[in-house]
Design a protein. Sequence first.
Length: 423
Amino acid sequence: MTSPTSPEEPWPVRTVSRKIADWIHRLGAIWVEGQITQISARPRAATAFLTLRDPSADVSLTLTCSSTLLRNMDPPLTDGSRVVVHGKPSFYVGRGTLSLRVDEIRAVGVGELLARIERLRQLLRAEGLFDPARKREPPFLPNRIGLVTGRASAAEHDVLSNARLRWPAVRFAVRNVAVQGSTAVPQILDALDELDRDPDVDVIVLARGGGSVEDLLAFSDEALCRAVSACSTPVVSAIGHEPDSPLLDHVADVRCSTPTGAGKRVVPDVAEETQRIHQFRDRARRALQGWVERERRWLDTVRSRPALADPIGPLERRAEQIDVLRERSRRAVLAEVSAEQHRLAATRSRLTALGPAATLTRGYAIVQRMSEHGPSVVRSVDDAGPGTRLRVRVSDGSVYAVVSPDREESGESQIAEEPRSAS
């Protein structure tokens, strides 16, 4: 394209269409995979029109091919067939439409589908979508169960009937969608997102009956597997029969082999739970009775012990022992006091006998002798020495002992007096 246009110099429609066609025609031929959803081929027309849809998104593309190419397909193409086409983008100027001019159409066989599913399985496993640590356990008794299944299908009947037989009060939020074909994945994704955002739904069940690999192909879609892995609500997969194993079974939190198994898995059996409650009640009653019996026997044993059988007897015996000990203590104390009194009297007698008064009474005295070097103590009369005289005078209850040297010739005397108590 050249310079931009302006309101004063706009481009006509034909110019815009030719320029778009020129750009598109420069594109090379490509291979495209999808699912055939509509075939329009008139008997005498040279060109046939088909619609190729992306199985994982609500996106489609118009295909054009020769009627001969379409008639030579073996087996013939039908709505829902998975194909790989080779063509070149083309822009029709007259109508302003884009299409893919196809020169080769290859039907995707079962072997090719299984190989692609296996490659996708390895990719999802490497990303950790199959990790058991990511799986969540559905609640024991969900408030409401979300069910995504085909309208009036056997899978819907199996899930509802078996769940209600086990728990009659169970509640469902049913979303009927296409479970095969080109519109299956988008409808399942919308229903899954709606139920996952519902706060009353505690678990979601994806259910479908058995079928061929092509029929179950929607449940091995990458977009659906990633959406289930991203759900905040636990998801139960119940697709096909026991041998069937779409990728959804590995991504879901719980895998049930059949829709019937899903109906039994999502809710408990009221009869079994009632019986279990009765069993627990019986076990609790027996345990309580056993405990009461053990405690009763223990009380009987304790009550039969002497301390509880005759609680006053030991006290009386202890009181008698206390009286005996108290009497013994009293006698011991009195004996000790009497002995101490005797020892005190004997000590007093000895002290009296050894006292100064008794000594004086027996004719002794304590005197002091005066000499040239000072006074000296004389303990008895004999200690006064020769040449001394002892004179004793009693006055006012005191005894005065006078010792003087014998100096009659000189008429001199020295007197030292020391009072002593007469007692």
